[in-house]
Design a protein around this ligand. Structure first.
Ligand code: SF4
Length: 65
């Protein structure tokens, strides 16, 4: 894989707008995996927050029509 082109904001799993619970100003949420951390038993899990120029081994180029 060409890591020079991998970036979260170009990835199919990146969501660039945070939820009301997880607002992010310069990043977004990675939705590759389910949320894993949960502060309390009665709370929802949190999605990983990533920067637009982050990347990981699951990077998948976003296919736009
Ligand atoms: S962390 Fe990986 S899978 Fe998630 S948005 Fe970034 S490149 Fe895509």
């Amino acid at each position: 894989m060409d890591h020079d082109k991998a970036a979260c904001n170009e990835c199919a799993f990146f969501e660039d707008h945070g939820t009301e619970r997880q607002h992010t100003d310069d990043g977004g949420l990675c939705r590759f995996n389910p949320p894993v951390t949960q502060p309390d038993a009665n709370e929802r899990g949190l999605w990983p927050v990533v920067a637009t120029n982050d990347w990981c081994g699951h990077f998948a180029p976003e296919h736009r029509a």
